[in-house]
Design a protein around this ligand. Structure first.
Ligand code: KMT
Ligand code: NI
Length: 179
């Protein structure tokens, strides 16, 4: 449901796995060290899932909607696919819970290396405010995600570099400068 690994630096199709040779997997604990939280949930029962409810209550995720990435459901599909994959940050958490399909959330580690987080149905991830990241579909070409947010959603991406933003400075202070 959730797997993570360090990426190679080839320029091949972004929808391919981009494993290093040999493969170098990353633990969920390592992800937590850079502020990336993750859970495995029961995606068939998200409407009644007590575990999801607990997470939403404890973290204040009052807002919820769904985002489906496929040409039929996503307006300006090609444009969006491109902008999702531009390295960017947000001033708030990016919270996604995959209820169908799969995709890659790429995040920068403390040393600027890309970690590719592969999420499938049942995987939930929180990218902290200020982390540089990007998203791509995998070769299955389909994802449906629940989007959660604290209060009124702000989806604005700030493409790299945006190092002067308070959210970036706070992220660096909390997760990069830690020894
Ligand atoms: C994002 O912000 O990258 C997305 O919402 C796309 C991935 S989840 C459908
Ligand atoms: Ni984003």
């Amino acid at each position: 449901v959730i797997q993570a690994w360090y990426m190679d630096d080839s320029n091949d199709d972004q929808r391919l796995p981009h494993h290093k040779e040999p493969k170098e997997f990353v633990s969920l604990d390592k992800l937590a060290e850079i502020g990336v939280l993750s859970w495995r949930l029961d995606a068939d029962n998200y409407e009644t899932d007590e575990e999801l409810k607990k997470i939403r209550d404890s973290r204040g995720y009052s807002y919820m909607d769904f985002c489906e990435v496929c040409p039929e459901k996503l307006p300006n599909y090609e444009e969006k696919i491109k902008s999702f994959f531009e390295e960017h940050l947000h001033t708030d958490e990016e919270i996604r819970y995959i209820v169908a399909g799969s995709g890659y959330f790429d995040v920068r580690d403390q040393n600027e290396a890309w970690i590719r987080v592969w999420l499938k149905k049942g995987g939930m991830i929180v990218l902290p405010a200020g982390i540089y990241h990007r998203f791509t579909l995998d070769t299955n070409n389909y994802i449906k995600a629940m989007r959660l947010f604290v209060g009124d959603p702000v989806w604005t991406p700030f493409n790299r570099p945006h190092d002067h933003l308070p959210a970036r400075k706070e992220y660096v202070e909390a997760f990069v400068h830690k020894k």
